[in-house]
Design a protein around this ligand. Structure first.
Ligand code: ZN
Length: 500
């Protein structure tokens, strides 16, 4: 009896244990699976549709591991802006950068709202761009530059730096990098002052009293800095060392020369042995001057190009043609999705790329090229080139040409100025032909996949050049129905160069 009961209980325990083990194993599997899915979702938020699910976004997509570049543009002629900033997997870092961006954007939009129609709003613009530096330990420094023009008056450029250790997700400050000993900040001051007086470019126009005050031995005076693979750079805002017209100033000191002041984890080997990561982008041609406004002769400001002409050829069967153009990319996710859709319709298009985004996503630029599309130049960071001194505008174009050439092996064949704005002077320079558009889908404004087709239907005809933006998920999501419609209407797809 006892034995039988015992045997029965044993069996019951056995079954229970087995059930628990199976349950635990399944829970563990579910947790692991859910985790992976969440990880993907963070990066591909708002990704409905079968095609988008196929496109993987991971760290490898970016030339700067673990960092994404975010681009926001407004082509509203009354409140133009182009804002670019970095985001990472560190919530603390993201929050810090975003609060800077949000404040700058809101203050600009508020000022825009307060202006009346008669204030010539067209002459206002906000441009926030950044340079990425990586030191020899793999830490990032991001140098954000805020350029704002209100009613034609340029505000002094603002500089703000942000720092991230991507391995730990820790945000770094100047005090994170230097030793916490009182003579250290004094010594930083000494070395910066020495650099100011021994560097010709910095010496020129230096106002001694200003410089003395601005370089006092307090950490807050050095909070805007960048660690590169070669040096530590200290930034000084317009008007703080020199006259305001001289723009932002940067004092560069070789990192080896600062070793004794740095915390051990930031010190570098003084021999040239430790140069493994020296290739990461550390160029920042923009730490130079903010030049005063030059003469302005805006051309096609709002970008409605005089009609391309329908190109009717007598005696030949009428072939309707349309040129699709995608601006402000590339993007590892939405551009990839757009490439798939274009391939499905065997269509060639033109991608007007920003140099700053090609630097982040070279593989995507290569993929566009490999798929046989035309690549155009759309400047480095989307400023209104018609409001810039010519040499600065050309630098924007040339820097972008160079990176496209480096990455794809070919120079861009066409050029589209941001906002469609350029001066006659600029168009006369030896840059590829300027190609604007005839149909603006306003996709940057609506961000609505359904609206894309509506806008295309409204104004597309034979010979149209359609403007879209491949940085928006909604554009990628709405493209398939646009393609189906255009194909159904008998259009053939050409690049802007093929469109005469
Ligand atoms: Zn654009």
């Amino acid at each position: 009896m006892k034995k039988r009961v015992g045997g029965g209980r044993f069996k019951l325990i056995d079954v229970l244990l087995t059930t628990i083990i199976i349950f635990l194993a399944m829970t563990a599997l579910l947790i692991i699976f859910a985790d992976t899915k969440n990880g993907q979702n963070v990066k591909s938020a708002k990704s409905p549709g079968a095609i988008s699910d196929k496109v993987k976004v991971d760290k490898a997509d970016s030339n700067f591991e673990g960092i994404r570049i975010i681009t926001e543009t407004s082509n509203d002629p009354l409140a133009k802006f182009a804002i670019q900033y970095p985001q990472s997997d560190s919530p603390e870092f993201n929050e810090q950068v975003k609060s800077f961006i949000t404040e700058a954007k809101n203050s600009y939009l508020k000022a825009m709202g307060e202006l009346t129609k008669t204030d010539n709003k067209k002459r206002s613009e906000l441009n926030i761009s950044f340079d990425t530096h990586m030191d020899r330990k793999g830490n990032y420094s991001f140098v954000l530059k805020n350029n704002e023009t209100l009613r034609g008056t340029k505000k002094p450029a603002e500089i703000e730096t942000f720092h991230l250790n991507p391995k730990t997700g820790t945000v770094m400050e100047i005090e994170t990098v230097f030793k916490n000993e009182s003579p250290v900040v004094r010594e930083v001051t000494n070395r910066v002052r020495k650099t100011l007086s021994s560097t010709e470019k910095l010496q020129e126009g230096l106002i001694a009293d200003k410089a003395q005050i601005r370089t006092e031995p307090e950490w807050r005076n050095y909070k805007n800095f960048a660690l590169t693979d070669k040096e530590i750079i200290f930034y000084f805002e317009s008007g703080s060392l020199k006259d305001e017209s001289a723009g932002t100033q940067a004092a560069k000191i070789p990192i080896e020369d600062m070793n004794d002041l740095l915390k051990p984890e930031f010190q570098v080997a003084t021999a040239s042995a430790d140069k493994t990561d020296g290739t990461m982008g550390s160029k920042s041609p923009s730490d130079g001057k903010e030049q005063p406004e030059a003469g302005e002769t805006a051309g096609g400001e709002d970008g409605t190009e005089p009609g391309n002409g329908a190109g009717e050829q007598p005696g030949q069967p009428q072939v309707k043609r349309v040129a699709l153009t995608f601006d402000d990319g590339p993007d590892p996710k939405s551009t990839a999705q757009i490439l798939e859709i274009l391939k499905k319709y065997d269509a060639k298009a033109t991608f007007f790329m920003l140099g700053s985004r090609v630097e982040y996503y070279p593989d995507m630029a290569k993929a566009v090229k490999a798929a046989g599309h035309e690549i155009g130049n759309h400047s480095w960071n989307h400023p209104d080139l018609s409001k810039m001194p010519l040499p600065k505008a050309l630098e924007e174009i040339n820097r972008t040409r160079d990176i496209i050439l480096k990455v794809t092996g070919e120079k861009p064949t066409v050029f589209r100025p941001p906002y469609g704005a350029y001066t006659e002077q600029l168009s006369k320079q030896t840059i590829p032909p300027i190609k604007l558009w005839t149909v603006d889908t306003l996709d940057w404004k609506y961000r609505d996949a359904g609206k894309l087709l509506e806008e295309v239907k409204k104004s597309t005809h034979d010979g149209s050049t359609i403007l879209m933006h491949d940085i928006h998920q909604s554009t990628a999501d709405g493209l398939d129905s646009v393609m189906a419609y255009l194909k159904g209407e008998g259009y053939t797809f050409v690049t802007v160069s093929e469109m005469k």
